[in-house]
Write a protein that binds this ligand. Structure first.
Ligand SMILES: [Zn+2]
Length: 81
C-alpha cells in the first residue's frame, strides 16, 4: 500500500494534504498544532507520514539555512513562521 494520505502539489507550498473525509487541501500549518481537519474536524492519525508532511517545510528551511542538518525538531525550539 502506498501512504495513508493523499497529497496535492501546489505552486507555492510544496505539498498539501488532502483531507480523507472532505477532500479539502490542508497545509502543514493547519495541522501542525492539532492534527485535525479545520474544515470537517476529521481527526488525522498522527503517524510518521503525517509528521514528515508537517515537518517538511521546516526541514527544507533548515536545509537551506544550515546546510547538512539531520535530525528532527526536539521539543519546542522552533522559530516563528
Ligand atoms: Zn476535512
Amino acid at each position: 500500500m502506498a501512504g495513508k494520505y493523499q497529497y496535492h502539489k501546489h505552486e507555492d507550498l510544496s505539498k498539501r494534504l488532502i483531507c480523507p473525509r472532505c477532500a479539502e487541501f490542508l497545509t502543514y500549518a493547519d495541522i501542525e498544532i492539532f492534527p485535525a481537519c479545520p474544515y470537517c474536524d476529521c481527526r488525522l492519525e498522527r503517524n510518521p507520514e503525517l509528521e514528515d508532511f508537517i515537518l517538511q517545510p521546516l526541514v527544507e528551511r533548515w536545509a537551506n539555512q544550515y546546510a547538512p542538518v539531520t535530525g528532527r525538531s526536539r521539543g519546542r525550539g522552533r522559530d516563528s513562521i
